[in-house]
Design a protein around this ligand. Sequence first.
Ligand code: LHQ
Length: 257
Amino acid sequence: MFIEKELRGGLMIIRLNRPEKFNAFNRDMALQLQEALQQADKDVAVRGVMITGNGKAFSAGQDLGEVTGNNPMPFTKILKEHYNPIITLIRNLQKPVVAAVNGVAAGAGANIALCCDIVLASSNASFIQAFSKIGLIPDSGGTFFLPRLVGFQRASALALLGDKLNAEDAERMGLIYRVYDAAIFEKEAELLAQRLCAMPTRALALAKQALNNSAVNNLEQQLILEDELQLMASQTSDYREGVNAFLEKREPVFTGQ
Ligand code: LHQ
């Protein structure tokens, strides 16, 4: 299997598993990742997802062996059937998705990480919009997320130059949420992801939906959407539990419902 799944409590840990190829994506790996994300979305026992890489890298993006040689896979097939569904699945997943970037994240590998709800990185990690170095343009949502994360100027520079950005610089420019020293990274990333799993899952999903739409809505549309989604949040049992726990001066116990 090119994707490993492990359920720890409410957290589904998804590990990209082609370490000898720096977790570069071939078709099977892309389809297996889609399947794992779909399963995480459906399974009520799953309250959050963490994606990380086995070995030294997070992911080196597209397996360039698959697009070269005698029988190369057509580009549009790769985007339509591999990467675009992965990005859409992550953004629409009704649970928080954390990217735990353990090493280099390049090309589509970088952009899969950057579309996650919270991006954490090891001090060993780096981010490369490697596309321009081989004559391509950023895909897998790169041209959508990059300018929204770091502003147009930095997005342009990263996309055009394809420079390697280390984790500290990525954190400083707001590309990612947080970098941890490599020695404590795995533990801290899981702690944060587990924390999310104990939170009001429905409300997190609704917040995610609002943020997704904020990229395209104007203020008036966004205020209307917040009104609709807040009403839905207020009808969850986790909302009642949150308020009761506050009034009773105790810690809330959220069930995700
Ligand atoms: C790889 C790869 C790789 C195969 C490392 N493929 N083997 C969409 C539409 C359609 C087509 C094209 O793509 C896309 C989306 C994209 O993602 S385009 C961007 C594709 N990715 C790249 O261009 C990155 C290529 N890789 C690199 O630049 C370097 O390998 C990085 C910077 C990631 C790591 O460098 P190093 O730390 O020096 O490691 P390395 O280069 O020695 O790689 C380790 C092994 O992994 C090595 O295998 P080997 O058998 O020689 O030890 C590499 O061949 C293999 N590998 N990336 N994308």
